[in-house]
Write a protein that binds this ligand. Structure first.
Ligand SMILES: NC(=O)c1ccc[n+]([C@@H]2O[C@H](COP(=O)([O-])OP(=O)(O)OC[C@H]3O[C@@H](n4cnc5c(N)ncnc54)[C@H](O)[C@@H]3O)[C@@H](O)[C@H]2O)c1
Length: 431
């Protein structure tokens, strides 16, 4: 970022973005975001107009980058492309200001650390990282370098989830006691889309994390215990480390001492032709009410011969990411999947261009306070992910039914195995 950014003529305000990983999520959300902002720059009274350009990309082989360049509209295809083992380092030397990471989840940390160490703003896909020690390191680096470190949980911007949180904040729905969430992905995800990195992975870390965050952010409870089981045998061998489906249980505590429990079921081996393609459902039960949500069945159902349910979806989620012909004739793509990326860019623009340079620390501190996406506020979610991964690893090693206690006398994350008196301390400091 130029040293005197806020003194720049307003037509020169630009965020040069870097993109690490150009897979499915790039195509669904980042691509339409960059294409839209190329046509219409950001604007806010606090920072004025601000362009966002896709300046550089880093991928494993470079093939997807070149394929995209050929079809990218406007000036979007002008990015520098790096591939191979040093791709991220080279991207960081290419004059970028903010970097988005959308690599497989067990490859987030190394790239995120390099981004922050180079003094760039960071946006990383969910789950941010897989271990609390990694989160601590990234948070410390972000503070030391004076940069934003943010994570994408786009379901927090889903209008239904915003409404749920509003009812809770306004005390219309009072004191959640328990609930469930289920997110089922088709077999094509584990069988072909993610085949390159699937070994040793599980659908819980990949998608239960959406609901862990929703519960964590919406209800504001203290995490107490994590348990998890799962099934194997379709994606990999029945006794191997790769999971077809997982059932996670999270137990939290309210400030008044009462507990709340949530079951989160996930799979990535559902038949490819089941109507939803991705099936998402929640139920939360309160002292005075029940919330039932189905993120897919929001009222639209469509059949097109030869196209649904594979090429086109039968029950469409038009809130996430919908290509539309606007009433005023323009083609656009909109939804909360893109909005969450735009919000991050607006936060970067506000920090860098939203006032005098000497007030940047106050603007940075304000942006870091935003718990919906700041890495520092992702502790309980990463704790749940770390616990789930450790429990599944023990299960694969022949020891099922372990439980992780959070903030136990022995440490922050303590794994207890049935019949074993000695616990394993996964993370020492308080969560
Ligand atoms: N927000 C959401 O709902 C959502 C949805 C899908 C995926 N995601 C997240 O996005 C991330 C990527 O998922 P995806 O579905 O796009 O996966 P994908 O397998 O389709 O794409 C991964 C991309 O990362 C690249 N890559 C892999 N290793 C790399 C490395 N070391 N350096 C640079 N590039 C590398 C691959 O070449 C590929 O372009 C995951 O963290 C996933 O959890 C989020």
């Amino acid at each position: 970022m130029p040293a005197s950014a806020s003194a720049l003529p307003r037509d020169e305000q630009v965020i040069r973005a870097g993109m690490v990983g150009m897979g499915m999520i790039f195509d669904e959300t980042y691509r339409p975001f960059f294409e839209g902002v190329d046509r219409r720059p950001l604007f806010d009274p606090c920072f004025g107009p601000c362009r966002v350009s896709l300046a550089a990309v880093a991928t494993r082989t470079g093939r997807r980058a070149e394929a995209y360049r050929r079809q990218a509209p406007g000036s979007v295809g002008g990015f520098a492309s790096f591939d191979g083992p040093a791709a991220v380092e080279r991207l960081l030397q290419a004059g970028v200001d903010a970097v988005c990471i959308a690599t497989p989840d067990d490859r987030h940390f190394a790239a995120a650390r390099a981004v922050l160490a180079a003094g760039k703003h960071l946006l990383v896909e969910k789950p941010s990282v897989l271990r609390l020690a990694e989160l601590d390191e990234l948070d410390a680096l972000a503070r030391a370098r004076g940069m934003l470190a943010k994570v994408v949980y786009h379901k927090l911007l889903d209008p239904d989830h915003k409404r749920l949180r509003t009812f809770c904040a306004d005390d219309v729905l009072r004191h959640v006691n328990n609930g469930y969430a289920s997110l089922l992905e088709p077999k094509s995800i584990s069988g072909s889309q993610f085949a390159e990195w699937i070994v040793g992975r599980n659908p819980g870390t990949y998608v239960a994390v959406h609901y862990i965050k929703l519960i964590d952010f919406t209800f504001g409870l203290k995490l107490k215990r994590v348990s998890c089981t799962g099934q194997r045998g379709i994606v990999g061998p029945a006794d191997g480390p790769t999971w077809d489906s997982t059932q996670l249980r999270l137990v939290y505590q309210h400030a008044d001492g009462r507990e709340a429990a949530f079951d989160v079921h996930t799979s990535w081996v559902t038949p490819d032709n089941f109507p939803g393609y991705v099936e998402q459902e929640v139920q939360f039960r309160f002292d005075n009410g029940v919330w039932n949500g189905h993120s897919r069945k929001r009222g639209v159902e469509m059949t097109v011969e030869g196209a649904t349910p594979l090429k086109l979806k039968t029950t469409l989620n038009n809130h996430y990411n919908a290509p539309v012909l606007e009433p005023w004739g323009e083609r656009s793509q909109r939804g909360y999947g893109l909005e969450v990326i735009e919000r991050f860019m607006r936060e970067v623009a506000a920090v860098e261009f939203g006032g005098p340079r000497d007030e940047r620390p106050a603007r940075l501190a304000a942006a870091r306070e935003l718990a919906y996406n700041d890495l520092a506020a992702d502790r309980q979610v990463v704790a749940a992910v770390e616990a789930m991964e450790a429990i599944l690893a023990r299960h694969a090693a022949g020891q099922p039914e372990c439980v992780v206690e959070v903030n136990a006398p022995e440490g922050g994350l303590v794994l207890r195995a049935p019949g074993r008196p000695e616990p394993e301390i996964l993370y020492g400091p308080p969560v």
